[in-house]
Design a protein around this ligand. Structure first.
Ligand SMILES: [Zn+2]
Length: 92
């Protein structure tokens, strides 16, 4: 793992496997953010502290809420890819 200068690195969507560039105050790209339930979205914004993306010191509560959002998107994508990969029964 190389240590790149963090300030130069573009901020990307926090959803796993997504590297879409998003503004630093946004946790995820719009597509993934829309998958997050309102309740978790509200928490992420409630704990968001203006300037945290600059000093890189988000609160613990924010990290918990953000982690819940990332986890939610991950699980939802797992479910959807499983559904996509399912073959029609009887076509073996
Ligand atoms: Zn994304």
């Amino acid at each position: 793992m190389t240590v790149a200068s963090p300030s130069k690195r573009p901020h990307t969507c926090h959803a796993l496997g997504c590297d879409l560039k998003v503004p630093p105050k946004r946790l995820m790209c719009l597509k993934h953010w829309r998958m997050v339930p309102n309740q978790i979205q509200d928490q992420v914004w409630a704990y968001y502290r203006p300037g945290q993306e600059i000093d890189k010191r988000p609160t613990k509560d924010y990290l918990v809420a953000a982690g819940a959002a990332v986890q939610w998107v991950y699980e939802r994508e797992q479910r959807e890819s499983r559904r996509r990969n399912q073959t029609t029964p009887g076509t073996e």
